[in-house]
Design a protein around this ligand. Sequence first.
Ligand code: ATP
Ligand code: MG
Length: 250
Amino acid sequence: MVEALLDVRNLTKRYGDFHALNDVTMKVEKGSVHGVIGPNGAGKTTFFHCIAGTTPSSDGEIVFEGRNIEGLPQHDRPGLGIGRSFQVNSLFPDLPVIENLRLASQALEPIHGFIFWRAVVHKDIDQRRAESVLHRLGLDGEEQTLVRALSHGQQRLLEVGMALMAQPHLILLDEPTSGMGVDDVPKMINLIKGLREECTILLIEHNIRLVSEVCDTVTVLQAGAVIAQGTPEHISQDEHVKSAYLGEEL
Ligand SMILES: Nc1ncnc2c1ncn2[C@@H]1O[C@H](COP(=O)(O)OP(=O)(O)OP(=O)(O)O)[C@@H](O)[C@H]1O
Ligand SMILES: [Mg+2]
């Protein structure tokens, strides 16, 4: 039997009477690329917030590597092996690329983050890790470039790199190609394909072509509920999914 790295059971998130997530159950297999798709407002980002601990859930269980992490604070989750890149840009534009990556690695030890001795002891390790992440992103040679001078596509790649610094077992990518030009999208696709060697990927994406190309399994959310799960081929033939996307590209 294939092992579930993440096992979400009956997850619900309420804002007052409104259900942003309603009884969501899904398993993410270790080593897979798992897509989460759905129309705007379906609850995809809310789902990531609950897994990352940014938002407390209202009900249900989030079992990661066999342990129920529901209720654990956000700052404990990178140390558990959960990393994420955000839908909204989360970089430090006035710092060089390499400093952004070094700061990201400090998320691993939030209690000691930003204190002097840690910075000294870990500097070499962080530097080596940052260089290897830069290579993976195809950004060798951009170490000292200020983030604001990178193209939008490069910034999106760097955001994934920020999450990689903590060597996550599971990485959550929220619309990594949003705003990217068509020429840059293949770079993100290659990055995601290469990442599966080292971690499991949970990916929110509106670009259905990308989802079909990189995902093993897809979960479709609509109005906070799971309406379909399966392979990309299976999902693209599903009548519920087709009607959820009425008027949008599928
Ligand atoms: N803090 C909040 N308070 C109240 N409602 C919220 C809050 N955050 C999200 N919602 C609502 O929950 C629903 C799901 O939002 P969410 O951002 O998870 O959707 P999404 O699937 O990521 O959409 P998109 O594709 O546009 O990014 C939306 O109706 C949204 O307005
Ligand atoms: Mg969203």
